[in-house]
Design a protein. Structure first.
Length: 414
């Protein structure tokens, strides 16, 4: 195999020479195929996660044309997950207390989606502003009274908001930092708009858990970066920010919520920061050793899933999948699983129903399909929502359907 040029780190520019895992050629994880296009060729791109040995940012090669990657029609509506809403409500209440937010404050959320989070600030009379590039989710936010700019977050936009006199007390973003191609520009934008003791909180799936729990299925093209505290602190430092606290949370298989402020702000360091720094050092995330051996563990997950599907097939058992999530597509395509092994998939999002999963070609229906054609096994693709999904489908469980997750190893309910 020949390389035209060694890829460079998107944050610090160093050449990327260390592989975390190479998942081969894959379609875009969110490019659901209309049923009328069944059997037609799909665009596929290399999906290769690499480690920067200079700043330790883990990243996938930027190989997909920008116009191919944005699929507004299938946008994810955050309000579809009840456990996520409960998480957001608790966060809003905590920040309102901690920062003493009131009717004169301003909270800005970057990638505010359908207003799922800002509604809780607005509900207690705190002014809010959402920034959201997807028109249809922004429209849903406006409908619930959350003012929303339909734009991508950039340093240029932050400068404009600053010039308009916007002085947020809190800027927040959840599960977006990893999805921006120009992570430095994004963070500089945050830094530009923070003044005094204003706080930025950012949530992202923690790389430490990705490695520890073999969550390789969270790797897909639109997910450019896989973040450790170590890498985030370096990026923030370059933009004039410093981290003063970190919380570990169970969302998305183990996330961090990082609290940052301007370097000159008065916030003192809290114990959570030292704790996560120490965990990452113990896991050797500051040297190549921490990343080597991951590929072999990913291959073991593939073998486990294929063994399970083969024995289900031999036992004439049917398998359906729950949740047309991006992570499911990475898993199924890396493992080479198709509609021969998994009869159908269900999803609550109407935009994904009556499509085929990219690559695997498994048809997607509404959740009632599980009642019409009850399967012996349901493979839960968004394993981070496993408990919630098993609870929702408890009637099927009582009738004998068993629930399966593939990561970090195949697990079947009794
Ligand atoms: Zn780097």
């Amino acid at each position: 195999m020949t390389h035209s040029a060694s890829p460079k780190c998107r944050s610090c520019g160093a050449p990327l020479t260390l592989t975390l895992v190479d998942l081969g050629m894959q379609p875009l994880a969110n490019s659901y195929v209309p049923m009328a296009n069944a059997g037609k060729p799909e665009a596929k791109y290399p999906l290769h996660a690499r480690v920067c040995e200079s700043c330790w940012l883990v990243q996938v090669d930027d190989v997909v044309p920008a116009d191919a990657i944005f699929h507004g029609d299938y946008a994810y509506f955050s309000s579809f997950s009840e456990s996520w809403l409960a998480h957001c409500k608790a966060y809003a209440s905590k920040m309102t207390d901690e920062l003493r937010l009131n009717g004169q404050s301003l909270v800005i959320e970057i990638a505010s989606n359908d207003g799922y989070l800002l509604q809780y600030f607005k509900g207690v009379g705190i002014p809010v502003l959402g920034v959201e590039p997807s028109g249809n989710t922004a429209a849903a936010a406006e409908k619930r009274g959350v003012p929303t700019l339909v734009e991508f977050w950039t340093e240029a936009l932050a400068r404009r908001l600053y010039d308009e006199g916007k002085r947020p007390n809190l800027i927040c973003s959840a599960n977006v930092l990893a999805h921006v191609p120009d992570i430095n520009d994004f963070v500089r934008g945050v830094s530009r708009l923070l003044t005094g003791d204003a706080v930025y909180t950012v949530e992202f799936p923690h790389l430490l858990n990705l490695i520890r729990l073999v969550q390789f299925d969270t790797i897909y093209h639109e997910h450019y970066s896989y973040l450790s505290l170590l890498a985030v602190e370096k990026i923030f430092d370059a933009a004039g920010l410093r981290v003063f606290d970190v919380e570990e949370m169970p969302t998305h298989g183990g996330s961090l919520r990082v609290y940052a402020c301007r370097k000159e702000a008065s916030h003192g360091e809290r114990p959570g920061l030292a704790k996560v720094r120490a965990d990452e050092a113990a896991a050797k995330l500051d040297r190549a050793e921490g990343y080597q051996g991951f590929t072999a563990r990913v291959e073991a997950v593939r073998e486990g899933l294929l063994d399970f599907l083969t024995s289900a097939h031999h036992g004439r058992k049917t398998v359906a999948a729950y949740g047309a999530a991006a992570k499911g597509n990475t898993l199924l395509n890396y493992c080479g699983v198709g509609a021969q092994s998994i009869t159908y998939c269900v999803d609550r999002n109407p935009a994904k129903q009556k499509t085929l999963l990219p690559g695997s070609g498994i048809p997607v229906f509404d959740v009632d399909e599980l009642q019409r054609r009850p399967p012996d096994f349901i493979l839960i693709l968004p394993w981070n929502l496993k408990a919630e999904i098993i609870d929702q489908l408890s009637d099927l469980g009582l009738k004998g359907t068993r629930f399966v997750t593939a990561v970090p190893n195949v697990s079947v309910t009794a």
